[in-house]
Design a protein around this ligand. Structure first.
Ligand SMILES: [Zn+2]
Length: 267
């Protein structure tokens, strides 16, 4: 009798124990969370001044071309599910950065497009961001922070359910403010090298070269979040070169004449 009374409680404890793992969350939830975050950004032009697709078709066509080139890598597994074809350009020349929400909504700052010395460097940074989505870094961290249930509910709300709107707002805020750890950044760097290497469109050391450019620019650029939390930029440069060599990837730069078109199409 006593045991029976505690059974419901036991069931809750067991389900909580098992549900803390992000791997039990279906990947379709990543896309819902991404849509939620993307909508938040699109409805906040003050913080995120966006370049309108209808007014800048060339810029959008070109940036999609770069992403499609990265996606040629067989190591990117979620392109059929994730929203890698939904790219947004944020007009902020001071921000040398890009980010990717869970589920693959990519955001690229004009500052990055202008700062990149060539298309390979731009692709390397976007590749790093795609890796965060592929490796589900935000979802993993979020599961620890707000719990699996909140993610499921927020995803449902984002997909149009009438409940959980408040939770969805909270989760959306959390995703935008989420900082990732050094290990996750390191893994994203490595994946970027692998994507560029196996995709065979770009130099596999472009990420290292981009980091070097940033270091050289020093105080003249606002250090992007992907670097600011990392005092070990030197190590990241070293590791990128090491991986490219170890895996035997092409390090030469190819010709991408359309990159000028992209840079010139940005106001
Ligand atoms: Zn990162």
């Amino acid at each position: 009798m006593q045991i029976k009374r505690f059974l419901p409680l036991l069931a809750v404890v067991i389900s909580l124990a098992f549900s803390s793992c992000y791997k039990t969350i279906p990947k379709s939830k990543d896309v819902q969370l991404g849509a939620l975050t993307s909508n938040k950004i699109h409805s906040n032009p003050k913080q995120y001044p966006l370049l309108k697709k209808s007014e800048h078709p060339v810029a959008y066509k070109q940036i999609q071309r770069v992403v499609d080139n990265i996606l040629k890598s067989p190591d990117i597994k979620e392109e059929d599910i994730f929203a890698y074809d939904s790219i947004t350009i944020i007009q902020d020349d001071d921000m040398v950065n890009a980010f990717c929400t869970p589920g693959g909504y990519i955001f690229v700052y004009t500052g990055l497009i202008k700062m990149a010395q060539n298309e390979d460097q731009l692709a390397a940074v976007i590749g790093h961001e795609i890796a965060h989505a592929e490796l589900r870094h935000s979802v993993k961290k979020l599961t620890r922070g707000v719990g699996r249930q909140a993610i499921i509910i927020a995803g449902a709300a984002a997909a149009g359910a009438s409940f959980g709107v408040f939770i969805a707002v909270e989760v959306g805020n959390k995703i935008l403010g989420l900082g990732l750890g050094r290990d996750q950044e390191n893994n994203a760097d490595k994946k970027s090298v692998i994507y560029l290497g196996t995709g065979d469109q770009y130099s596999a050391v472009a990420l290292a070269d981009f980091f070097e450019e940033l270091t050289k620019a020093g105080k003249n650029v606002r250090i992007p979040p992907m670097l600011s939390t990392h005092p070990d930029t030197e190590n990241r440069i070293y590791r990128v070169r090491k991986w490219a060599k170890k895996f035997g990837y092409r390090t030469e730069y190819g010709e991408h004449p359309e990159f000028t078109l992209l840079q010139n199409s940005i106001p």
